[in-house]
Structure formats: structure tokens, C-alpha cells
Design a protein around this ligand. Structure first.
Ligand SMILES: [Zn+2]
Length: 326
């Protein structure tokens, strides 16, 4: 059954694009392959183009500057979409997802993790939109022309959006590109709530009150997210789940249930969705990979009603995509 919408994975950049054709999207040993998505019940997947920077880029051997790197992964993405058009098709708005579904196709939505390729240029946002980008994480782990990242340094953590960042949020609202606060500084997150006129997402973040990690959202942020009409995508990264998960280097279905219940309690059921971070996380998963998603849903079903499960799987995503993406 096609019903899961997931707001974040790193598969396209991290596993496919740099493999020089050795790892195809359709069939592979990653968390996500199109075959595993079919088996797991995927309706739509946000494929992020994550931009490696500084020491991380060095470690991965990425020498291309951010804008060039975006275009490099983008070309691979287009090739994969063309090769697999019998089972998946790009989506640019909610109607596309619905149409693809009617045609028996899964949907793919393109996103950027880190606005660094903007390089302070407003026209780049138009370019990304034309290329099909419909969600942008304002930062990854470094400062850019828009904002500051989440950080252990309290001085950085409290910094808000830069003037170009405020302008970017407003333009994203107008053009129909979803604003993503995952990885953003706490000050930046509060600024996004202040300036956005549309529901926003934390594409892959959990609750800090349930697992004290700076990448997770505080109770107050979760409350604001509920008021905003946005959502957060449950992230399967063990250090964001619980101390136990981090210690065991293993995320279990029960860890996901615990975070989901906590978030429901603080933000409301309408703010819950999936944001796996598949192929961007190093820990084991007791459900394996995307094809194991029915096990996650089975665990959730012990604590949530069928209507709530629908909300987590796709209904909340439909609402936010319908309001913030065009
Ligand atoms: Zn991330």
C-alpha cells in the first residue's frame, strides 16, 4: 500500500551520485532503493541534495564548490528519475503526488540540505525552484549567507536569521518552497516562526525533551510548530533518539514510538510525520531499512489510532505540502 511520505534522506548525494554509476537507485544495498520503497509502502520521498562542507567535504573527497556540487548531484537525480519513470515520478506540488499515485507511481520531491549554494544571491533561489527544489534546509552545520547552525556554542546557538535569511524565508513562502528548520540555530528557528506566513517543517528532527540533543526541538519549539500548522519528521539517528539508542548504536521501533508519543503530547498529532534521515545515519535499525517500515507502523499502531497513523504517514504531509508547496 502506497502511503508513507518521508521528508528527508541523504541517499541521492551520499550513496548514488558519487558512486560513478556503481550504486543505482532502483536496486542497491542502501537504506533506500526504489525496490525497498515499494516494499515498505512509500507514497513520496523527499530526496535531499546535501552539500558537504569544509572538513566533512575533505573527508569525503568532495572538492567541488557548493553550487557546482548541487548541480552535479542534480544531474544524477534527473538521470535516475528518467531511468525509473515506470515506478517513480518527480512531484512539484500536492496535485502531482495525487496524480502520480492514481497512475500507480511513487513521487519524488527534490530538496536542498543547506542554503549555502545560494551564496547570498536571490536569483539562485529562482533557479533552484525552476529545477524543482521544493524544500530547503536553511543551514547544515556551518554558517552561510542565510543563518547560523545549531551549535554547542551558546553564542552561535542564539543567533537569529541574517537579513538575507529573513528575505529568503519570505520569498520561499511566496514561491511555494517549504522552509526547513532542521540543523538551524535555536535563534534562527524562533526567527523562522516569527517571519513565516506558511506552515514550515523540521524535515528530520526529534524532541529535545525526550532526548537531549541540540539537533532536536525543545518543548517550546514543538508547541510553536503545532500552532504554525507545520510538522516534524521523525529522525532515526540513534543519538537523536535516546541515550540508550546512542549507547547501543541501534534505533528500535520502540525508540521511534517513544519520540512520536512525546511529540504528539507537546505539538499535537497534526505535527507528526516521518523524516528518516536514511543513508545519512551510521547506526543500525532493528527494522533494517525502508523495506522494514511496516514494522515501524505496526509498533506505532499499538499506541495510535488508525486515523492518527494516517496523519503520521501522509495526512499531515498532505496538509503542509498543500499549503506551503506549489
Ligand atoms: Zn541532516
Amino acid at each position: 500500500m502506497m502511503r508513507i511520505i518521508d521528508f528527508h534522506c541523504d541517499t541521492m548525494g551520499e550513496r548514488i551520485a558519487r558512486s560513478e554509476g556503481k550504486v543505482p537507485l532502483r536496486h542497491n544495498d542502501c537504506h533506500i532503493s526504489l525496490e525497498k520503497m515499494l516494499k515498505g509502502g512509500a507514497l513520496a520521498q523527499f530526496f535531499a541534495i546535501w552539500i558537504p562542507l569544509e572538513d566533512t567535504a575533505q573527508k569525503l573527497g568532495v572538492t567541488m564548490p557548493p553550487y557546482e556540487y548541487f548541480n552535479f548531484v542534480y544531474q544524477k537525480y534527473l538521470e535516475e528519475m528518467e531511468k525509473n519513470k515506470d515506478i517513480i515520478a518527480p512531484a512539484f506540488c500536492l496535485d502531482d503526488i495525487k496524480k502520480n499515485r492514481e497512475n500507480g507511481l511513487m513521487s519524488s520531491v527534490l530538496s536542498i540540505e543547506d542554503s549555502v549554494p545560494l551564496e547570498g544571491k536571490a536569483e539562485r533561489l529562482d533557479e533552484f525552484y525552476k529545477k524543482g527544489v521544493r524544500l530547503m534546509s536553511l543551514t547544515w552545520n556551518y554558517e552561510n549567507s542565510v543563518a547560523y547552525p545549531n551549535s554547542d556554542d551558546p553564542e552561535i546557538m542564539k543567533k537569529g536569521l541574517k537579513p538575507f535569511g529573513i528575505e529568503t524565508v519570505e520569498r520561499m513562502n511566496e514561491m511555494g518552497m517549504i522552509v526547513d528548520i532542521s540543523h538551524l540555530s535555536d535563534g534562527g528557528i524562533y526567527d523562522v516562526f516569527k517571519y513565516t506566513k506558511k506552515p514550515i517543517v523540521a524535515s528530520h528532527s526529534n524532541a529535545r525533551g525526550c532526548c537531549n540533543h541540540r539537533r532536536n526541538l525543545t518543548d517550546d519549539m514543538l508547541r510553536l510548530l503545532g500552532e504554525n500548522g507545520g510538522l516534524t519528521g521523525l529522525n532515526y539517528c540513534a543519538p537523536f533518539m535516546s541515550a540508550e539508542a546512542e549507547k547501543n548504536n541501534l534505533t528500535t521501533c520502540e525508540d521511534i514510538v517513544r519520540q512520536a508519543l512525546y511529540i504528539k503530547n507537546k505539538a499535537g498529532i497534526d505535527a507528526l510525520a516521518f523524516g528518516s534521515d536514511f543513508d545519512g545515519i551510521g547506526n543500525e535499525l532493528d527494522f533494517g531499512d525502508y523495506s522494514g517500515m511496516p514494522k515501524v507502523i505496526e509498533a506505532l499502531e499499538k499506541h495510535f489510532t488508525p486515523d492518527e497513523i494516517d496523519k503520521i504517514c501522509w495526512k499531515n504531509a498532505y496538509r503542509v505540502i498543500g499549503e506551503s508547496m506549489k
